[in-house]
Design a protein around this ligand. Structure first.
Ligand SMILES: [Zn+2]
Length: 244
């Protein structure tokens, strides 16, 4: 099978490790899980029409965020301050079920004045995490929808606006609000760098009243690559949150 990305550093598996970090809010030093390896996306990657990658275990997405054991501040692991302490010698992060951990992140996004786009990204990942955990994530999807809609309406210099509009349309479709979904799908233009075939397909699904998740067929995954964004950005884009 020909891979889209030919890279000698390409990883074929997910690998979780542990790192020590310092909480930027209360300066507590603690050990937390960290995603060390992610397989590079190829055309066989399982990606849904809302552009998120299906992960084999909810623990992987949960390791992308860290929860401080002292003040429960929860945010992207990479935003915590690296610390040299050996993880074995540091206090452990609290053991929290993945979806609940994202719940803490949503609370932190409200407490610490995150932007609407940051709130939307956390809520979208909370939704993906729920899906990875075989939960519907419907309530979380409502939060993501609201934050993303406000971000698009109010953030004057929003990057990749067209792709965000596509995301919002897809979130509306997944929520069963087909009228709004079609309205936003029609606002997506070529700058979204998405295949027209995908857009047409999702508009058709919305018009048919299909609120179910749709897995993107392999040839469309390949087209998204060919339309191109760099490999790194694409991998991060699809893995992190579907919002670059
Ligand atoms: Zn803290």
């Amino acid at each position: 099978m020909e891979l889209i990305e030919q890279n000698e550093h390409r990883s074929d598996s997910y690998k979780l490790g542990e790192i020590t970090v310092m909480c930027p809010k209360c300066h507590q030093i603690f050990a937390t899980a960290n995603v060390e390896e992610i397989p590079v996306i190829n055309e066989l990657a399982r990606i849904e029409a809302d552009l998120h990658r299906i992960l084999p275990d909810a623990a992987i997405r949960a390791a992308m965020i860290a929860t401080c054991p002292n003040c429960t501040y929860t945010w992207w692991t990479e935003s915590f301050i690296p610390d040299d302490t050996v993880p074995l010698l540091a206090l452990d992060a609290p053991s929290i079920e993945p979806v609940k951990k994202f719940g803490h992140a949503i609370l932190s996004s409200r407490m610490y004045g995150a932007t609407n786009l940051e709130k939307a990204q956390i809520a979208l990942n909370a939704y993906y995490c729920a899906r990875d955990s075989f939960q519907s994530g419907e309530k979380i999807l409502q939060i993501a929808k609201e934050e993303l809609r406000i971000a698009i309406e109010t953030e004057a210099h929003l990057k990749n606006k067209s792709r965000h509009l596509y995301m919002l349309a897809e979130v509306y479709r997944l929520s069963g609000d087909f009228h709004e979904a079609v309205k936003y799908f029609y606002q997506v233009d070529r700058s979204a760098l998405l295949p027209q075939e995908l857009l047409d397909h999702q508009i058709r699904q919305a018009k048919l009243g299909n609120a179910k998740p749709v897995t993107i067929p392999n040839h469309i995954v390949k087209q998204i690559y060919d339309l191109r964004i760099s490999a790194d950005r694409a991998a991060r884009f699809l893995f992190m949150s579907a919002v670059a």
